[in-house]
Design a protein around this ligand. Structure first.
Ligand code: ZN
Ligand code: ZN
Length: 135
């Protein structure tokens, strides 16, 4: 078996219906897929604790939380001062209302619905707590 050249691979890919078909044709031709030169995507970077990227990776230690809080605040600040950011985020979402300070009708309505749901949940919880106390 010889590693397939790029040209050969493209021809195979053009004829194959799917991945499985692709493998089958390569096996028939007696070629192997080329070895990937490097891993897909960017290499992992360890930012250590106290960094918002470490928070994104799932760390919830006090340092990472604080770093994320500050990062999110500067991001929101930037979004608020950039009117096009709300357009990019998409309207009709409560997150656009909150994070991008958009006050268009669609975002206002989405926020209103969410606030109502939040209040209903709180009322329900309060009622449950009260019922629990009454016992
Ligand atoms: Zn951490
Ligand atoms: Zn909007």
């Amino acid at each position: 078996m010889t590693p397939a050249s790029r040209k050969v691979l493209l021809v195979i890919a053009g004829h194959a219906r799917d991945k499985e078909d692709c493998r089958l044709i390569m096996a028939m031709l007696g070629v192997t897929p080329p070895k990937p030169k490097r891993r897909r995507g960017r290499p992992p970077v360890d930012h250590g604790h106290g960094h918002h990227r470490t928070y994104y990776k799932g760390c919830r230690c006090a340092d990472c939380r604080e770093a994320y809080r500050q990062y999110a605040a500067t991001l929101r600040d930037k979004w608020r001062n950039d009117p096009t950011s709300a357009d990019r985020a998409g309207h009709g979402k409560s997150s656009t209302y909150r994070n991008h300070a958009c006050r268009c009708a669609a975002c206002k309505e989405a926020n209103r619905v969410e606030v109502n749901e939040y209040r209903a949940r709180r009322r329900q919880r309060a009622a449950l707590a009260e019922a629990g106390d009454a016992r």
